[in-house]
Design a protein around this ligand. Structure first.
Ligand code: ASP
Length: 439
C-alpha cells in the first residue's frame, strides 16, 4: 500500500499544526510521500507566507527595502522549527533567497520559496528525504506542464526513494528557471506525485472534513459528501464549488487513483472519496448543489427561426468573434438565449449585438443582467423520478421565479437560472427539499 499525502497551508501554519500532521503521517506506514504547501494563516487576520513572498518580491523588484518582510517570513519558519524542537538552521537558505531577490530571480521563484522551505522543515521533522520539486516537475517552454518528462523523472526517482517530501506548487523549465502552478497549485503537485509513484490513494488533507454538499456560506453546516465521482466534482467545481485546484483531478483521474479529502484537525473523519466510478449510492438523491452569480442572458427572437438553417451557428459566431465563451444556450421555437459571464460580456457588448443584428437580422434582442445559475448535480438522478419536480417545487414554494431550465443529456445535472437576488434563497430551498425533507 502506498499513499501520497498533501497538506494544505492551514495544516502547516504553526508548530502545533505540524505536530498533528506528523502524527497523521506516522500513524500509517503507507504514507510515504508527502507534499506540503507553504505555511498558511494561523488566525483569520494572519497573512499566508505565499502572500508575504509576493509582497516581499514586489519590493525587491522595485529596488525598495524588503528586509522587514523577509524577516517576517523567516520568523514564521523559525517559530515552527523551534516549536518542533528541531536542530535546523535556514541561515544559508535565506542568504541565497536574499541574493536571488536582489538579482530579481522572478516572481515564480519568489512565491515557490514558501513550499521549498516548508519542505525542508517537514523532511527534517519526519526524517524523510527532501526532493526539490524543481528537479522533477517540468514545464515546457510555452509554460504548460510537461506530463511525460515529469512522470519519467519522478517515477524513476521515487522508485529508489522509500520516503520523501516533495514541496508543492512549483517546478522548473528545462533550463532550471522556477515556475509555479496557479494559486492553490500544491494540490496539482500531489496529484502528479500520486500518479508517478502509482499510489493506491491520494490523500488531500485540509481544514474541512470533506467536500460539502453546498456552500457553507449559504447553508449552515452542510452535509459532507461521502463519495463523489470525478465527473460530478467537475460539474460542481465548474459552477463555483472549491476544495481542490481544478487541474488536480487530471493526473490521478487518468491513472485511476482515488482522492480522499481529509481534515487535519479531525483525522478520525472519513472525509470525501473522489473516484472514477462507484456503486455507492449517494446518501441523497442529489450529490451536490453549486452556483454562481454574475450572468447576462441575451435572448434573440425571430419569426420562423427554427426553419432557418445556420441561425444558431451565426449567433454563436458573434460571440466567438469577440472571444466570449458561452455558458448555456436554452432555446425555444423562435427564440434562443445565450448565457454569458457578465464581466466578460460587458466590454464587448455592442460589438456582439451589432454582429448578431448583421448576421441574423433578428426581430428582437433582449438583454437581462444580474442572473445566477445553480447546478444541481448527482449521478443518482438518472434512476430517480421526480428530481426536477422537487427542484422546481422547492423554488416555487419559496416564491422564486425560475428564469431558465437546462438539463444536460447525461442526466447528471439540472441547471436553473434565477435572478441574482434570489440566489442564496434558491440554494437553501433546494438543499432543504433534498436533505432535510428526504423521503
Ligand atoms: N502556497 C500556494 C498558494 O497559497 C500554493 C498552495 O498552497 O497550494 O496558493
Amino acid at each position: 500500500m502506498k499513499k501520497v499525502v498533501k497538506f494544505g497551508g492551514s495544516s502547516l501554519a504553526s508548530a502545533e499544526q505540524f505536530k498533528k500532521v506528523g502524527a497523521i503521517i506516522r500513524s500509517e506506514e503507507a504514507r510515504r510521500y508527502v507534499v506540503p504547501s507553504a505555511p498558511g494563516k494561523r488566525f483569520s487576520s494572519d497573512t499566508k507566507v505565499t502572500d508575504l513572498l509576493y509582497s516581499c518580491y514586489s519590493l525587491a523588484e522595485a529596488d525598495e527595502d524588503f528586509e522587514t518582510v523577509l524577516a517576517e517570513i523567516r520568523s514564521r519558519y523559525d517559530e515552527i522549527i523551534s516549536g518542533l524542537g528541531l536542530n535546523l538552521s535556514l541561515d544559508d537558505e535565506f542568504v541565497t533567497i536574499r541574493k536571488n531577490f536582489k538579482e530579481k530571480a522572478g516572481v515564480d521563484y519568489a512565491a515557490s520559496r514558501g513550499e521549498y522551505l516548508n519542505g525542508i522543515v517537514m523532511a527534517e521533522y519526519l526524517g524523510y528525504t527532501f526532493l526539490d520539486a524543481a528537479n522533477y516537475i517540468t514545464f515546457k517552454e510555452d509554460g504548460s506542464f510537461d506530463d511525460m518528462v515529469t512522470n519519467e523523472k519522478l517515477s524513476a526517482c521515487l522508485e529508489k526513494t522509500e520516503r520523501a517530501v516533495i514541496p508543492g506548487f512549483y517546478g522548473a523549465y528545462v533550463d532550471g528557471r522556477v515556475k509555479t502552478f496557479s494559486r492553490g497549485g500544491s494540490d496539482v503537485t500531489g496529484s502528479i506525485v500520486a500518479k508517478a509513484c502509482r499510489a493506491d490513494i491520494y490523500e488531500n488533507w485540509t481544514d474541512v472534513s470533506g467536500f460539502m454538499l453546498t456552500d457553507p456560506r449559504i447553508v449552515k453546516d452542510p452535509e459532507i459528501i461521502e463519495t463523489i465521482t470525478y465527473q460530478e466534482l467537475r460539474e460542481l467545481s465548474y459552477m463555483g464549488a472549491s476544495v481542490l485546484h481544478e487541474d488536480a483531478i487530471f493526473p490521478v483521474r487518468k491513472a485511476g487513483i482515488p482522492i480522499n479529502i481529509r481534515n487535519t484537525n479531525s483525522p478520525e473523519d472519513k472525509g470525501t472519496m473522489i473516484v472514477a466510478n462507484t456503486c455507492y449510492k449517494p446518501k441523497y438523491a442529489i450529490t451536490g448543489i453549486a452556483g454562481r452569480k454574475g450572468f447576462t442572458s441575451i435572448s434573440i427572437e425571430k419569426d420562423m427561426m427554427n426553419a432557418e438553417i445556420g441561425f444558431g451557428r451565426r449567433v454563436l459566431s458573434a460571440f466567438e468573434k469577440a472571444g466570449i465563451p458561452f455558458e448555456h444556450m436554452p432555446s425555444g421555437i423562435d427564440t434562443m438565449t445565450v448565457y454569458v459571464n457578465q464581466h466578460e460580456f460587458e466590454e464587448h457588448e455592442q460589438l456582439v449585438l451589432s454582429e448578431i443584428r448583421r448576421l441574423c437580422e433578428p426581430d428582437v434582442i433582449e438583454l437581462e443582467t444580474d442572473l445566477a445559475l445553480i447546478a444541481v448535480v448527482g449521478r443518482g438522478m438518472k434512476k430517480n423520478k421526480g428530481i426536477a419536480a422537487r427542484v422546481f417545487a422547492a423554488l416555487a414554494h419559496s416564491g422564486i421565479n425560475i428564469r431558465m431550465i437546462d438539463q444536460g443529456s447525461s442526466e447528471m445535472n439540472i441547471i436553473v437560472g434565477v435572478e441574482s437576488k434570489d440566489f442564496e434563497a434558491s440554494v437553501r430551498a433546494i438543499y432543504d427539499v433534498f436533505v432535510n425533507m428526504e423521503l
